[in-house]
Design a binder for this molecule. Structure first.
Ligand code: SF4
Length: 293
């Protein structure tokens, strides 16, 4: 087995364990490269059919091509595709782009609060109707007790503190200093009732591994990752008022791999183009302790 085979096998194992152990789980799909690789792995783990609902938290400030790409793949791969939102904050314009709150508050409202209440079923969820191709109100409001997320340990400081199976309390708060050890491929999967579990099958992948795997498997990704003629491309995707492209002339997956191997980004964090990370004095940890992805 080469290094990608080993990573793939471990991730598929974690996905199958999660599906076996936690009955009411969903998978977050941010539309970025990592969660799209995760989705690809889920298709492999379950032989082409993904038995787990995909959840996207729509801030309504995502780069429009991301939403087009989400729905195109959701239709093609016949995914159970759900999105949630913080409709109240959006209606009251309590957002950073509207100029009424700072970035951290905006992320807390449009991402963290929307995620918590979408997972709990307290707020409206919208599901893709494959017959009409449109989203309709999801009448099933059961609580998701676990969520599979495509975070990687090398991506950003607070993510390196995660476990494969990482417990959160009823409020989705994260006790970073009180997590179960995961030695020798032994994973704790029995937790007290009410615990909310985050499952991270990609924890040991690097940015380079992700692109090598995308190349090997020919996984479709949004063209936003490639230079389309202006010498810029997105290295990480998010809301357009807060996510900025990097200087790069990589026009395809092979050129991104060469660029990463060249060391061009050796001293530049992958999420350096995400303004909300810089607004948080503790990296992303403040947001993530409170339930952020
Ligand atoms: S990334 Fe920017 S627009 Fe998106 S939720 Fe955070 S502050 Fe608001």
């Amino acid at each position: 087995m080469d290094h990608l085979d080993k990573l793939e096998a471990q991730s598929i194992y974690i996905l199958r364990e999660a599906y076996r152990e936690f009955k009411n789980i969903c998978m977050l799909w941010s539309i970025g490269k990592d969660s799209t690789v995760l989705l690809w792995l889920a298709r492999k783990a379950f032989f082409g059919h993904v038995p787990i609902p995909l959840v996207h938290i729509d801030t309504h400030y995502k780069i429009p091509e991301m939403i087009e790409y989400r729905d195109e793949l959701a239709r093609k791969w016949k995914l159970t595709m759900i999105y949630g939102e913080n409709s109240e904050a959006l209606a009251q314009k309590k957002t950073f782009p509207d100029g009424n709150v700072d970035r951290l508050t905006c992320c807390q409202l449009l991402k963290t609060e929307a995620l918590k209440h979408t997972l709990s079923g307290e707020w409206n969820r919208y599901i893709l109707d494959h017959k009409t191709g449109k989203y309709v109100l999801d009448t099933k409001r059961e609580r998701f007790t676990g969520v599979i997320v495509g975070v990687r340990a090398d991506e950003e400081g607070s993510r390196s503190k995660e476990r494969y199976f990482s417990p959160r309390d009823k409020e989705s708060d994260w006790a970073v200093e009180d997590q179960p050890p995961e030695f020798w491929n032994q994973f704790k999967t029995d937790f007290a009732p009410g615990t909310h579990i985050r499952i991270h099958p990609l924890l040991d992948w690097t940015e380079l591994n992700i692109w090598e795997y995308i190349e090997r498997e020919n996984i479709p990704v949004t063209p936003l990752y490639f230079d389309r003629g202006d010498g810029k491309r997105y290295r990480s995707l998010g809301c357009y008022p807060c996510t900025f492209p990097v200087e790069s002339t990589a026009k395809n997956v092979r050129e991104i791999i060469e660029e990463l191997k060249s060391g061009k980004f050796a001293n530049i964090a992958e999420r350096a183009g995400r303004a909300q990370d810089q607004d948080d004095g503790g990296g992303l940890e403040t947001l993530r302790r409170g339930g952020y992805m």
